[in-house]
Design a binder for this molecule. Structure first.
Ligand SMILES: [Zn+2]
Length: 250
């Protein structure tokens, strides 16, 4: 099977002791590449090291921890992105988080920081990976108004209206390996054509098994997607891999 992990966090402490073995298991499972999303200045620097060690296998999409982002962090990330712009394939995850941030003032405060990264992606001509937990409709509204490039709604969990909007705009979604447990995500597979669906782990999170999530688990999500679409799993693996490569230009 040919697989591609469109979004993961392998620079996190969960992988500190055995990253090499995790990547060996990934290759053995057919994973041809992956995009590591860094979530802050320290995470950015760690990811640079991993990309250097695994060239043409690990790619870098720098973003932030959306619910905790401060202006100082955004400044630091902005500087790093400009400095290393030739070594990154997208900007994100950036966006809005209404799951952890409940008060309307805090939610409102996320918008200018989101727009700042949207403008940066526009300026650098990079696609955008969007985190929009419980804020899919709001994030789409801002993106539609503000962004010209290609968009990936990572770990999409929005309503069918949001899924239709993404389909009509030609943007993309990723499904995590355990997506089958979530009604919105299963519904989205019937709304978006396969050309607009990518697979991700979001490791170490959203594991379909007991332990932490890792790229080798992509085969589980891929098998579930193939099952729902009634298509051979090899075909779905190949298509989603092509979609990732096309989106990130790798
Ligand atoms: Zn993530």
């Amino acid at each position: 099977m040919e697989l591609f992990d469109a979004h993961t966090h392998l620079d996190m402490k969960h992988f500190k002791n055995d990253l090499h073995r995790v990547l060996e298991r990934a290759r053995a499972a057919g994973v041809q590449g992956l995009v590591n999303s860094s979530i802050g200045p320290g995470s950015f620097r760690r990811t640079l090291g991993i990309v250097k060690k695994y060239p043409d296998y690990v790619y870098h999409s720098p973003g932030c921890s959306v619910s905790q982002l401060t202006e100082d962090d955004a400044d630091a990330i902005d500087i790093l992105i400009r400095k290393y712009k030739d070594q990154i394939v997208a900007i994100g995850e950036v966006g809005l988080d209404y799951h952890w941030v409940r008060d309307s003032e805090g939610r409102k405060a996320q918008e200018p920081l989101f727009v700042r990264f949207i403008d940066l992606a526009d300026e650098l001509n990079l696609p955008l990976v969007v985190h929009s937990r419980k804020a899919e409709a709001e994030a789409l509204r801002i993106l539609e108004r503000q962004f010209q490039g290609d968009v990936l709604m990572h770990c999409f969990d929005g309503t069918s209206d949001s899924a239709k909007k993404i389909r009509d705009l030609g943007w993309k979604i990723t499904l995590p390996t355990n997506f089958r447990k979530y009604r919105n995500r299963v519904e989205a597979t019937a709304i978006l054509p396969l050309e607009q669906i990518l697979l991700e782990t979001d490791g170490p999170y959203l594991s379909p098994t007991e332990g932490r999530n890792e790229p080798a688990n992509l085969s589980i999500g891929c098998t579930d997607l193939a099952d729902l679409l009634g298509q051979p799993v090899e075909d779905v693996a190949k298509s989603t891999t092509q979609n990732s490569r096309r989106f990130y230009g790798v």
